[in-house]
Design a protein around this ligand. Structure first.
Ligand code: OSB
Ligand code: MG
Length: 381
Protein backbone atom coordinates (compact mmCIF):
# COMPACT_ATOMS: atom_id res chain seq x y z
CA UNK A 1 0.00 0.00 0.00
CA UNK A 2 1.06 3.60 -0.59
CA UNK A 3 2.62 5.33 2.41
CA UNK A 4 1.65 8.83 3.43
CA UNK A 5 3.68 11.88 4.37
CA UNK A 6 1.79 14.77 5.91
CA UNK A 7 2.76 18.13 4.46
CA UNK A 8 0.21 20.24 6.33
CA UNK A 9 -2.20 19.97 9.24
CA UNK A 10 -5.20 22.30 9.34
CA UNK A 11 -6.94 22.82 12.67
CA UNK A 12 -10.53 23.90 12.12
CA UNK A 13 -11.81 25.35 15.40
CA UNK A 14 -15.58 25.17 15.55
CA UNK A 15 -18.34 25.70 18.08
CA UNK A 16 -21.45 23.56 17.87
CA UNK A 17 -24.78 23.61 19.75
CA UNK A 18 -26.82 20.52 20.38
CA UNK A 19 -30.54 20.36 19.59
CA UNK A 20 -31.19 19.59 23.27
CA UNK A 21 -29.06 19.58 26.44
CA UNK A 22 -27.62 16.19 27.46
CA UNK A 23 -27.36 15.44 31.20
CA UNK A 24 -25.17 12.81 32.82
CA UNK A 25 -24.26 12.24 36.46
CA UNK A 26 -21.33 14.66 36.00
CA UNK A 27 -23.10 17.56 34.30
CA UNK A 28 -25.10 18.95 31.39
CA UNK A 29 -23.79 19.76 27.92
CA UNK A 30 -25.51 22.06 25.45
CA UNK A 31 -22.69 23.43 23.30
CA UNK A 32 -19.01 22.76 22.84
CA UNK A 33 -15.86 23.72 21.04
CA UNK A 34 -14.44 21.05 18.78
CA UNK A 35 -11.13 21.03 16.93
CA UNK A 36 -11.37 19.26 13.57
CA UNK A 37 -7.99 17.94 12.54
CA UNK A 38 -7.39 17.81 8.79
CA UNK A 39 -4.15 16.17 7.67
CA UNK A 40 -3.03 16.79 4.10
CA UNK A 41 -0.73 14.31 2.42
CA UNK A 42 1.93 15.31 -0.13
CA UNK A 43 -0.34 13.98 -2.87
CA UNK A 44 -3.08 16.38 -1.75
CA UNK A 45 -5.32 13.76 -0.12
CA UNK A 46 -7.01 14.99 3.07
CA UNK A 47 -8.03 12.99 6.14
CA UNK A 48 -10.25 14.19 8.98
CA UNK A 49 -10.53 13.55 12.71
CA UNK A 50 -12.07 15.45 15.63
CA UNK A 51 -11.41 16.04 19.29
CA UNK A 52 -14.29 14.28 21.05
CA UNK A 53 -13.88 16.45 24.14
CA UNK A 54 -16.19 18.96 25.74
CA UNK A 55 -15.04 22.28 27.23
CA UNK A 56 -14.82 20.88 30.77
CA UNK A 57 -12.66 18.04 32.15
CA UNK A 58 -15.61 16.22 33.74
CA UNK A 59 -15.72 12.98 31.72
CA UNK A 60 -11.96 12.58 31.73
CA UNK A 61 -9.05 14.96 32.28
CA UNK A 62 -9.02 16.45 28.78
CA UNK A 63 -10.81 19.49 27.40
CA UNK A 64 -10.93 20.80 23.84
CA UNK A 65 -8.43 23.47 24.89
CA UNK A 66 -5.91 20.93 26.25
CA UNK A 67 -6.19 18.75 23.15
CA UNK A 68 -5.31 21.70 20.91
CA UNK A 69 -2.28 22.53 23.05
CA UNK A 70 -1.02 18.92 23.04
CA UNK A 71 -1.64 18.58 19.31
CA UNK A 72 0.22 21.77 18.38
CA UNK A 73 3.14 21.55 20.78
CA UNK A 74 3.82 17.81 20.72
CA UNK A 75 1.81 15.47 18.52
CA UNK A 76 1.76 17.26 15.17
CA UNK A 77 5.52 18.07 15.29
CA UNK A 78 6.15 14.34 15.80
CA UNK A 79 4.28 13.16 12.68
CA UNK A 80 4.48 15.97 10.13
CA UNK A 81 6.89 15.44 7.18
CA UNK A 82 7.60 11.84 8.21
CA UNK A 83 6.87 8.89 6.00
CA UNK A 84 4.13 6.74 7.53
CA UNK A 85 3.92 3.31 5.91
CA UNK A 86 0.76 2.26 7.73
CA UNK A 87 -1.57 4.08 10.18
CA UNK A 88 -1.08 1.30 12.73
CA UNK A 89 2.34 2.91 13.38
CA UNK A 90 0.98 6.25 14.51
CA UNK A 91 -0.16 5.32 18.02
CA UNK A 92 3.38 4.12 18.81
CA UNK A 93 4.86 7.36 17.44
CA UNK A 94 2.76 9.29 19.97
CA UNK A 95 3.42 7.29 23.14
CA UNK A 96 6.21 9.70 24.17
CA UNK A 97 3.31 11.87 25.35
CA UNK A 98 1.67 10.33 28.38
CA UNK A 99 -2.10 9.78 28.13
CA UNK A 100 -3.89 12.75 26.43
CA UNK A 101 -5.66 10.07 24.43
CA UNK A 102 -8.40 12.22 22.93
CA UNK A 103 -5.78 14.55 21.44
CA UNK A 104 -3.88 11.55 20.05
CA UNK A 105 -7.02 10.02 18.58
CA UNK A 106 -8.01 13.21 16.74
CA UNK A 107 -4.72 13.10 14.83
CA UNK A 108 -4.45 9.33 14.48
CA UNK A 109 -7.96 8.91 13.10
CA UNK A 110 -7.34 11.68 10.55
CA UNK A 111 -4.26 9.77 9.37
CA UNK A 112 -6.28 6.53 9.02
CA UNK A 113 -8.81 8.41 6.89
CA UNK A 114 -6.12 9.94 4.65
CA UNK A 115 -4.26 6.64 4.29
CA UNK A 116 -7.43 4.74 3.39
CA UNK A 117 -8.46 7.37 0.83
CA UNK A 118 -5.01 7.43 -0.74
CA UNK A 119 -5.17 3.65 -1.12
CA UNK A 120 -8.73 3.58 -2.46
CA UNK A 121 -10.17 1.72 0.53
CA UNK A 122 -12.48 2.40 3.45
CA UNK A 123 -11.09 2.67 6.98
CA UNK A 124 -13.16 -0.44 7.80
CA UNK A 125 -11.44 -2.45 5.07
CA UNK A 126 -8.02 -1.55 6.40
CA UNK A 127 -9.08 -2.40 9.96
CA UNK A 128 -10.46 -5.74 8.76
CA UNK A 129 -14.15 -4.95 9.44
CA UNK A 130 -16.62 -7.00 7.40
CA UNK A 131 -20.07 -5.82 8.48
CA UNK A 132 -22.13 -3.82 5.99
CA UNK A 133 -24.74 -2.77 8.52
CA UNK A 134 -24.41 -1.77 12.16
CA UNK A 135 -27.00 -1.76 14.93
CA UNK A 136 -27.66 1.47 16.76
CA UNK A 137 -28.79 2.21 20.30
CA UNK A 138 -29.94 5.49 21.82
CA UNK A 139 -28.40 7.08 24.89
CA UNK A 140 -30.87 9.19 26.89
CA UNK A 141 -29.66 11.79 29.38
CA UNK A 142 -31.06 12.13 32.90
CA UNK A 143 -34.62 13.49 32.75
CA UNK A 144 -36.59 15.57 35.27
CA UNK A 145 -38.89 12.70 36.20
CA UNK A 146 -39.42 8.98 35.55
CA UNK A 147 -42.49 9.76 33.42
CA UNK A 148 -40.47 12.17 31.24
CA UNK A 149 -37.97 9.38 30.76
CA UNK A 150 -40.66 6.85 29.85
CA UNK A 151 -41.98 9.31 27.21
CA UNK A 152 -38.50 9.66 25.73
CA UNK A 153 -37.94 5.92 25.69
CA UNK A 154 -41.27 5.45 23.92
CA UNK A 155 -40.27 7.86 21.18
CA UNK A 156 -36.94 6.12 20.56
CA UNK A 157 -38.37 2.60 20.70
CA UNK A 158 -40.89 3.78 18.10
CA UNK A 159 -38.03 5.05 15.90
CA UNK A 160 -36.55 1.57 15.92
CA UNK A 161 -33.47 1.91 18.11
CA UNK A 162 -32.11 -1.54 18.93
CA UNK A 163 -31.19 -0.73 22.53
CA UNK A 164 -31.97 2.00 25.01
CA UNK A 165 -29.37 3.34 27.42
CA UNK A 166 -30.49 5.54 30.26
CA UNK A 167 -28.20 7.68 32.32
CA UNK A 168 -28.49 7.16 36.05
CA UNK A 169 -27.04 8.66 39.23
CA UNK A 170 -27.97 8.52 42.93
CA UNK A 171 -30.57 11.25 42.33
CA UNK A 172 -32.23 9.31 39.49
CA UNK A 173 -31.92 5.56 39.46
CA UNK A 174 -34.23 2.82 40.78
CA UNK A 175 -37.53 4.62 40.20
CA UNK A 176 -36.41 5.66 36.70
CA UNK A 177 -35.32 2.15 35.72
CA UNK A 178 -38.47 0.63 37.26
CA UNK A 179 -40.74 3.01 35.36
CA UNK A 180 -39.12 2.18 32.02
CA UNK A 181 -39.13 -1.55 32.70
CA UNK A 182 -42.77 -1.71 33.70
CA UNK A 183 -43.82 0.04 30.47
CA UNK A 184 -41.28 -1.79 28.25
CA UNK A 185 -40.63 -5.24 29.75
CA UNK A 186 -38.84 -6.66 26.71
CA UNK A 187 -36.58 -3.97 25.23
CA UNK A 188 -32.81 -4.21 25.43
CA UNK A 189 -32.17 -1.75 28.25
CA UNK A 190 -29.01 -0.67 30.05
CA UNK A 191 -27.96 2.03 32.51
CA UNK A 192 -24.85 4.25 32.54
CA UNK A 193 -23.81 5.70 35.92
CA UNK A 194 -20.70 7.61 34.79
CA UNK A 195 -18.87 6.79 38.05
CA UNK A 196 -21.57 8.10 40.37
CA UNK A 197 -21.34 5.32 43.02
CA UNK A 198 -18.89 3.68 45.43
CA UNK A 199 -18.74 0.22 46.98
CA UNK A 200 -20.75 1.62 49.87
CA UNK A 201 -23.69 1.58 47.47
CA UNK A 202 -23.32 -2.15 46.81
CA UNK A 203 -26.66 -3.15 48.38
CA UNK A 204 -28.40 -0.34 46.56
CA UNK A 205 -26.87 -1.34 43.20
CA UNK A 206 -27.91 -4.97 43.76
CA UNK A 207 -31.52 -3.78 43.52
CA UNK A 208 -30.88 -3.13 39.82
CA UNK A 209 -30.52 -6.89 39.25
CA UNK A 210 -34.32 -7.33 39.21
CA UNK A 211 -34.72 -5.19 36.03
CA UNK A 212 -32.97 -7.49 33.57
CA UNK A 213 -30.53 -4.86 32.33
CA UNK A 214 -28.10 -5.83 29.56
CA UNK A 215 -25.40 -4.15 31.63
CA UNK A 216 -24.62 -1.34 34.02
CA UNK A 217 -21.93 0.94 32.62
CA UNK A 218 -19.15 2.36 34.82
CA UNK A 219 -20.92 2.38 38.20
CA UNK A 220 -17.75 3.09 40.25
CA UNK A 221 -14.83 5.51 40.08
CA UNK A 222 -13.47 6.63 36.70
CA UNK A 223 -10.01 5.30 37.59
CA UNK A 224 -11.01 2.05 39.28
CA UNK A 225 -10.77 -1.57 38.17
CA UNK A 226 -10.33 -3.19 41.60
CA UNK A 227 -13.63 -2.27 43.28
CA UNK A 228 -15.47 -3.05 40.04
CA UNK A 229 -14.21 -6.65 40.36
CA UNK A 230 -15.67 -6.82 43.87
CA UNK A 231 -18.95 -5.35 42.67
CA UNK A 232 -19.14 -7.67 39.63
CA UNK A 233 -18.88 -10.71 41.93
CA UNK A 234 -21.87 -9.42 43.92
CA UNK A 235 -24.04 -8.45 40.92
CA UNK A 236 -25.86 -10.61 38.40
CA UNK A 237 -26.06 -7.71 35.95
CA UNK A 238 -22.94 -7.54 33.78
CA UNK A 239 -20.71 -4.55 34.39
CA UNK A 240 -19.44 -2.66 31.32
CA UNK A 241 -16.40 -0.45 31.74
CA UNK A 242 -16.12 2.89 29.95
CA UNK A 243 -14.06 5.56 31.79
CA UNK A 244 -11.59 3.07 33.35
CA UNK A 245 -10.28 1.63 30.07
CA UNK A 246 -7.66 3.82 28.39
CA UNK A 247 -5.51 1.19 26.74
CA UNK A 248 -5.01 -2.43 25.78
CA UNK A 249 -3.16 -2.91 29.08
CA UNK A 250 -6.13 -1.56 31.06
CA UNK A 251 -8.43 -3.96 29.20
CA UNK A 252 -6.12 -6.90 29.90
CA UNK A 253 -6.02 -6.10 33.60
CA UNK A 254 -9.78 -5.56 33.87
CA UNK A 255 -10.44 -8.89 32.16
CA UNK A 256 -7.88 -10.66 34.33
CA UNK A 257 -9.41 -9.22 37.52
CA UNK A 258 -12.99 -9.88 36.45
CA UNK A 259 -13.86 -6.19 36.72
CA UNK A 260 -16.36 -6.34 33.84
CA UNK A 261 -18.05 -8.68 31.37
CA UNK A 262 -18.43 -6.11 28.57
CA UNK A 263 -16.26 -3.23 27.35
CA UNK A 264 -17.38 0.03 25.74
CA UNK A 265 -14.71 1.05 23.23
CA UNK A 266 -14.42 4.77 22.53
CA UNK A 267 -11.81 5.68 19.95
CA UNK A 268 -10.99 8.95 21.72
CA UNK A 269 -10.65 7.51 25.21
CA UNK A 270 -8.15 4.85 24.08
CA UNK A 271 -6.06 7.09 21.81
CA UNK A 272 -7.20 6.02 18.36
CA UNK A 273 -8.27 3.29 15.98
CA UNK A 274 -5.21 1.07 16.36
CA UNK A 275 -5.62 0.75 20.13
CA UNK A 276 -9.38 0.23 19.60
CA UNK A 277 -8.59 -2.63 17.23
CA UNK A 278 -6.20 -4.27 19.70
CA UNK A 279 -8.73 -4.00 22.54
CA UNK A 280 -11.40 -5.43 20.24
CA UNK A 281 -9.19 -8.42 19.41
CA UNK A 282 -8.23 -9.07 23.04
CA UNK A 283 -11.87 -8.96 24.12
CA UNK A 284 -12.82 -11.33 21.30
CA UNK A 285 -10.23 -13.88 22.47
CA UNK A 286 -11.65 -13.61 25.99
CA UNK A 287 -15.35 -13.78 25.05
CA UNK A 288 -15.94 -10.21 26.20
CA UNK A 289 -18.41 -8.54 23.82
CA UNK A 290 -17.73 -4.90 22.93
CA UNK A 291 -19.78 -1.99 21.63
CA UNK A 292 -18.86 1.46 20.39
CA UNK A 293 -19.56 4.31 22.78
CA UNK A 294 -20.41 7.86 21.80
CA UNK A 295 -19.02 11.23 22.87
CA UNK A 296 -21.65 13.49 21.30
CA UNK A 297 -19.50 13.67 18.19
CA UNK A 298 -20.09 15.59 14.99
CA UNK A 299 -20.50 13.46 11.88
CA UNK A 300 -16.73 13.12 11.52
CA UNK A 301 -16.22 11.28 14.80
CA UNK A 302 -19.47 9.43 14.21
CA UNK A 303 -18.21 8.24 10.80
CA UNK A 304 -15.05 6.83 12.42
CA UNK A 305 -17.26 5.04 14.98
CA UNK A 306 -19.27 3.45 12.15
CA UNK A 307 -16.09 2.24 10.43
CA UNK A 308 -14.78 0.70 13.67
CA UNK A 309 -18.10 -0.99 14.47
CA UNK A 310 -17.78 -3.14 11.32
CA UNK A 311 -15.39 -5.40 13.29
CA UNK A 312 -16.92 -8.73 14.26
CA UNK A 313 -16.84 -8.53 18.07
CA UNK A 314 -18.95 -5.34 18.09
CA UNK A 315 -21.96 -7.55 18.82
CA UNK A 316 -23.96 -5.05 20.86
CA UNK A 317 -25.64 -1.89 19.49
CA UNK A 318 -23.48 1.23 19.87
CA UNK A 319 -24.21 4.87 20.83
CA UNK A 320 -23.83 5.96 17.21
CA UNK A 321 -27.28 7.48 16.71
CA UNK A 322 -27.95 9.50 13.53
CA UNK A 323 -26.75 13.11 13.23
CA UNK A 324 -30.26 14.55 13.59
CA UNK A 325 -30.37 13.33 17.20
CA UNK A 326 -27.60 15.74 18.14
CA UNK A 327 -27.36 18.54 15.56
CA UNK A 328 -29.70 20.64 13.46
CA UNK A 329 -27.19 20.32 10.66
CA UNK A 330 -24.21 18.01 10.66
CA UNK A 331 -20.86 18.62 8.97
CA UNK A 332 -20.80 15.52 6.82
CA UNK A 333 -22.44 14.70 3.54
CA UNK A 334 -24.58 12.77 3.15
CA UNK A 335 -25.96 13.20 6.64
CA UNK A 336 -25.73 10.06 8.79
CA UNK A 337 -29.15 8.44 8.90
CA UNK A 338 -30.65 5.23 10.22
CA UNK A 339 -33.39 2.90 9.09
CA UNK A 340 -35.17 0.93 11.84
CA UNK A 341 -32.12 1.01 14.11
CA UNK A 342 -29.66 0.09 11.34
CA UNK A 343 -26.98 2.29 9.78
CA UNK A 344 -25.74 1.08 6.42
CA UNK A 345 -21.96 1.36 6.31
CA UNK A 346 -21.14 3.83 3.50
CA UNK A 347 -19.37 2.45 0.45
CA UNK A 348 -16.87 5.28 -0.09
CA UNK A 349 -13.17 5.55 0.71
CA UNK A 350 -11.75 6.62 4.08
CA UNK A 351 -14.53 7.39 6.57
CA UNK A 352 -17.07 7.12 3.76
CA UNK A 353 -18.64 10.56 4.23
CA UNK A 354 -17.57 13.91 2.76
CA UNK A 355 -17.22 17.26 4.52
CA UNK A 356 -20.01 19.75 3.88
CA UNK A 357 -17.87 22.89 3.62
CA UNK A 358 -20.84 25.26 3.59
CA UNK A 359 -22.02 23.88 6.94
CA UNK A 360 -18.47 23.92 8.27
CA UNK A 361 -18.24 27.66 7.56
CA UNK A 362 -21.36 28.31 9.62
CA UNK A 363 -19.77 26.91 12.78
CA UNK A 364 -16.16 27.95 12.20
CA UNK A 365 -14.50 30.07 14.90
CA UNK A 366 -10.96 30.16 13.48
CA UNK A 367 -8.42 28.19 11.47
CA UNK A 368 -4.75 27.37 12.00
CA UNK A 369 -2.41 25.91 9.40
CA UNK A 370 0.69 24.01 10.51
CA UNK A 371 3.36 23.22 7.94
CA UNK A 372 6.54 22.73 9.97
CA UNK A 373 7.71 20.33 12.66
CA UNK A 374 9.00 23.22 14.77
CA UNK A 375 8.20 23.10 18.45
CA UNK A 376 9.61 24.94 21.44
CA UNK A 377 9.93 21.52 23.15
CA UNK A 378 12.33 18.69 22.41
CA UNK A 379 10.44 16.12 20.30
CA UNK A 380 11.83 12.58 19.96
CA UNK A 381 12.64 11.42 16.44
O1 OSB B 1 -20.50 7.92 29.31
O2 OSB B 1 -20.97 7.22 27.38
C1 OSB B 1 -20.77 8.17 28.15
C2 OSB B 1 -21.51 11.47 26.38
C3 OSB B 1 -20.47 12.25 26.83
C4 OSB B 1 -19.59 11.72 27.72
C5 OSB B 1 -19.72 10.40 28.17
C6 OSB B 1 -20.75 9.60 27.69
C7 OSB B 1 -21.67 10.17 26.81
C8 OSB B 1 -22.80 9.44 26.29
C9 OSB B 1 -23.36 9.96 25.01
O3 OSB B 1 -23.36 8.53 26.86
C10 OSB B 1 -23.67 8.95 24.04
C11 OSB B 1 -23.89 9.54 22.68
O4 OSB B 1 -22.93 10.06 22.06
O5 OSB B 1 -25.03 9.48 22.23
MG1 MG C 1 -20.40 5.84 29.53
Amino acid sequence: MKSITIKEVVLHHINVSMIAPFTTSFGTMQAKDVCLVEVIDESGVSGWGETVTSNEPYYNEETTFTTVYILKDFLIPRVIHRQIDHPSEVHGMLTFVRRNNIAKAALETAIWDAFAKKNGKSVAEILGGMKHEIEVGKSIGIQDSPSDLVDQVGQFVEEGFKRIKIKIGPQADLDYVAAVRSKYPDILLMADANSAYTLEDLDHLKKLDQYNLMMIEQPLAHDDIVDHATLQKALETPICLDESIHSLEDARKAIELGSCRIINIKIGRVGGLQESLLIHDLCKENNIPVWCGGMLETGIGRAHNIQLTTLSNFTMPGDTAPSSHYWKEDLVTPEITMDSGIITVPGGFGIGYGIDHRKLEKVRVSTERITTSESTHPIPS
